[in-house]
Design a protein around this ligand. Structure first.
Ligand code: ZN
Ligand code: MN
Length: 493
């Protein structure tokens, strides 16, 4: 058995109007290639970058929400490397003095307890352009094809977009914890309105680093060889690639071999990691302070002003659910992991009008189980919050029992039909009619004189068996309280 040590790096596109260091529109998605460019983001000689104030404010908002220290003095730095999508030959980033550092975010750990994931730093940098590798489509004799076949085209619309890079401490131990970290982080960023959370459009891009160590190594504060995994296009890919790497590295170590220090990619089709390049020496980016930009100096007063204007964040919302709606801390945490879920819950609780705890029970129990089996999200359900409230009221009123309610909910999720219509159409209303139920029970006792005698001789545990028979006879629709009272009344006679 090895312990996995996992850290994560996430690049999130900020939601600014313009790019990080020039006035080009940041709304680059679907724009014609190279239409959102200017001398600054094309890296013409002699141009000067200007810091986007909104990007700085969004980064500080994110940093505060992640419980970070905000540096009163920070600096941009040049990260030097060559790649076709990087026209300057360097990326403006932050290095030794990041804007935000030493924060944390709370997730549910694998043991079910709250767990802090340390945020080492959150800094501001610029995005690169996009390389488009042209795949041959037609005959080479076609002039248009000859021009681009096999070529790599560069689109610089994305070059210079503001990116927030968030680096965690290696505090996660499984793919599940990493998944929960990302979901929580996305909720925070969306709540702040600083990121769309749209992974398909590359608005969030993450990389994992992972190593395994033995209990002895852990006790001695030592680490195993670190492997990086890139090209992760979904949170599921993150979770699955970590599970795969833990298995792969465990097999390597169990076989008495050493894990190689490599950068891996995730192959979604084959569902395995593949080596992208070996990493014998770490890259040297020759970082140095950006000479064309002044240091960023933020006043304490301004930072406090930004802090005071933050919206209600998931943890605060969970605390309010516990305080005002009397939810258990666990239910409150589960219901606030995703903003859409929390909104849905509040809407259902308002429509219900009774104890919100009851709505929380139905959601974290039955509804979440259904969502998991359907691999869906709450917004895609044909089920409205008011419909769940109506279902719970049917149970409260005794028209259906709790178990029938669960079956009705399943059908509501599958069909989008209102609960009353499902109960009516399928005759699911529970038997609360006393004389009808009494007939069933009288017949049952008459058919089982032996069991009745045993009960009366002192084997009272048989009550459960009788109740089971009543439920069987009524296809689970008997009002359990009434049935129990009627059975007891007769047995104790
Ligand atoms: Zn520009
Ligand atoms: Mn970066």
């Amino acid at each position: 058995m090895y312990q996995a040590v996992i850290g994560m790096e996430l690049h999130a596109q900020l939601l600014t109007q313009s790019k990080m260091f020039c006035g080009c529109s940041a709304d680059y998605w679907e724009a014609p290639p190279n239409s959102h460019v200017c001398p600054v983001c094309l890296a013409m000689p002699g141009v000067l970058p200007v810091i986007n104030a909104s990007a700085v404010e969004q980064t500080v908002r994110a940093g505060l929400a992640l419980n970070c220290q905000i540096a009163p003095f920070s600096r941009f730095a040049r990260k030097n490397y060559h790649y076709p999508d990087l026209p300057k030959g360097y990326q403006i980033s932050q290095y030794e003095l990041p804007l935000c550092h030493d924060g944390w975010l709370l997730i549910e750990g694998d043991d079910g307890q709250p767990k802090r994931i340390g945020i080492r730093r959150a800094h501001l940098e610029e995005d690169t352009g996009k390389s488009i590798h042209v795949v041959p489509l037609g005959p080479v004799s076609d002039r248009a094809n000859r021009r681009t076949d096999g070529a790599t085209l560069i689109d610089l619309n994305r070059a210079g977009l503001p990116l927030l890079e968030i680096v965690t401490e290696a505090d996660m131990q499984s793919g599940e914890e990493a998944y929960r970290y990302l979901v929580k982080l996305r909720t925070i960023l969306r709540t702040l309105g600083v990121n769309s959370g749209d992974m398909e459009k590359g608005a969030m891009r993450c990389e994992v680093n992972l190593s395994l160590r033995t209990a002895q190594q852990a006790a001695a504060g030592q680490y195993g060889v670190k492997v990086e995994v890139k090209n992760l296009n979904s949170f599921k890919a993150v979770r699955d690639s970590i599970a795969f790497e833990i298995q792969r590295q465990t097999a390597v170590l169990d076989g008495g071999r050493a894990v190689r220090q490599v950068t891996m990619g995730w192959d979604e089709n084959r569902r395995c990691t593949v080596v992208q390049r070996s990493k014998e020496s770490s890259e040297d980016y020759r970082y140095f302070p950006e000479p064309d930009l002044p240091p960023l100096e933020l006043s304490r007063a301004w930072v406090e002003q930004v802090r005071a204007a933050l919206p209600e964040l998931p943890d605060a919302r969970a605390a309010r659910f516990v305080r005002d709606l009397e939810l258990t801390p666990r239910d409150a945490a589960l219901l606030t992991v995703e903003r859409a879920v929390a909104d849905w819950f509040e809407e259902a609780a308002a429509a219900y009008g009774g104890a919100a705890k009851e709505v929380a029970n139905w959601m974290t129990g039955q509804l979440f189980a259904l969502l998991k089996s359907e691999e869906g999200n709450i917004a895609s359900l044909p089920l409205q919050p008011a419909a769940l409230a109506e279902l719970i009221r049917l149970v409260d009123a005794g028209l259906i029992n709790r178990n029938t309610g669960k079956k009705v909910l399943e059908q509501m999720v599958a069909t989008g039909q209102p609960p009353a219509a499902i109960v009516e159409a399928q005759g699911l209303a529970q038997l609360s009619d006393e004389s009808g139920l009494a007939q069933v029970i009288d017949a049952l006792l008459a058919a089982n004189p032996g069991e009745v005698a045993k009960y009366r001789a002192g084997k009272t545990s048989l009550l459960g068996w009788f109740m089971g028979q009543v439920m069987k006879e009524t296809r689970g629709q008997a009002n359990p309280d009434l049935a129990r009272a009627l059975v007891l009344e007769r047995l104790e006679r």
